[in-house]
Design a binder for this molecule. Structure first.
Ligand code: FAD
Length: 320
């Protein structure tokens, strides 16, 4: 059954975020031959038409009116005007900090349901199955959608991206948005790493066992060699070793990298809630009874200050 699907893409630091391609890949599945349309915010949104076309977007609505950093309030208003014009059957976007904010507002305006934080989207006949992780990743819930209109957000790193070139025509959309209460003048990042934690393929995370802010240095060196992002447990953040922007877990970021290296992290349930769906987990802990070893694919019992530099050296020799 073909559907009209609108994918809301995201630009970060001058690049389309990978979750945009994941949403287009999932959207193509859902469109099932129907029109796949992209919307993108930013002063140069039009220039991404060709890149989006490689993943099946047949049309791009470039919304540039609010400049490089539109507020979520602006995006919600602009998207609801676009939706009234094109009437999609589904709206998909990344479960990113902005997607999490925009999608519920949009669903409410559209008067439709929202399926948030999906880790899978499959189509069988007329049905679309959205999978979500529940109970901190201990169980999975499958929601079925057949007809009407739906809004959904997709957790980054959960859809294998595939290309399907289409001819994309870029149209500039001019929403009429008034009375904005907030204007973003500049964005100052708290983390120095270039790799976005929520989309990273490899994460090196440190816990209280790292012992100090300086203790994170060997982790950063390992991350640099691997092209990884650095993450942390809440205890590490609470202790002032690193910024809260790095926190992974129930009250931090939920991540799904290909490789998660946990250093000096005990494996509390609240931490596991943010990383237990990682594809491969390596845990380094000097306590052989640490709960993190129950979910680790590779367990290294040892002092992280000895093990991490050894790993860095070994990877340097094989990767550089
Ligand atoms: P610890 O539990 O203290 O573990 C430190 C580990 O380091 C130990 O296992 C120790 O053996 C090991 N270690 C020490 N020195 C070394 C060394 N030299 N080499 C190797 N290993 C070493 N936590 C989160 O992480 N994320 C969340 O989002 C989160 N949300 C929460 C929400 C609520 C409502 C509550 C109540 C708690 C939350 N927590 C969260 C906190 C959570 O319960 C744990 O307290 C926290 O995850 C523990 O962090 P940790 O593993 O770094 O520290």
């Amino acid at each position: 059954m073909s559907r009209k699907v609108l994918v809301v893409g995201e630009i970060k630091d001058g690049h389309l975020r990978n979750v945009t391609f994941e949403a287009l890949t999932a959207g193509r599945r859902m469109a099932d031959g129907g029109p796949l349309i992209a919307a993108l915010f930013g002063s140069d949104a039009e220039s991404y038409a060709e890149e989006l076309s490689k993943y099946g977007a047949e049309q791009l609505y470039a919304i540039s009116g609010a400049g490089a950093n539109p507020t979520n309030e602006y995006c919600t208003e602009a998207l609801s005007q676009l939706i009234q014009e094109i009437h999609p059957d589904a709206v998909l976007m990344g479960h990113t900090s902005s997607g999490r904010d925009i999608a519920p507002r949009l669903a409410e305006r559209m008067g439709v349901g929202l399926i948030s934080d999906c880790i899978g989207l499959e189509v069988a006949g007329e049905d679309v199955f959205f999978t979500r992780a529940v109970y901190s990743g201990k169980a999975f819930q499958v929601k079925t959608f057949r007809s009407g209109t739906i809004c959904a957000t997709l957790r980054p790193n959960n859809v294998d991206v595939s290309e399907a070139p289409a001819q994309t025509a870029a149209a500039v959309f001019y929403p009429d948005v008034k009375d904005l209460k907030v204007l973003v003048k500049d964005i100052v990042r708290k983390t120095s790493s270039g790799v976005d934690l929520s989309e990273a393929k490899i994460i090196v995370a440190g816990g209280r066992g790292v012992k100090s802010a300086e203790g994170f240095e060997p982790l950063r060196e390992l991350a640099d060699v691997l092209g990884a992002a650095v993450g942390a447990s809440r205890a590490a953040c609470d202790s002032g070793f690193c910024n809260y922007a790095l926190q992974i877990g129930q009250t931090g970021k939920v991540v799904t990298p290909d490789l998660y290296i946990a250093c000096g992290i005990s494996g509390a349930i609240q931490h596991l809630a943010g990383m237990s769906n990682s594809k491969v987990i390596v845990a380094i802990n000097k306590d052989r009874e640490a709960p993190i070893f129950k979910i680790a694919d590779y367990s290294i019992v040892g002092d992280l200050f000895e093990v991490v530099p050894m790993l860095t050296e070994a990877f340097k020799q094989t990767l550089i």
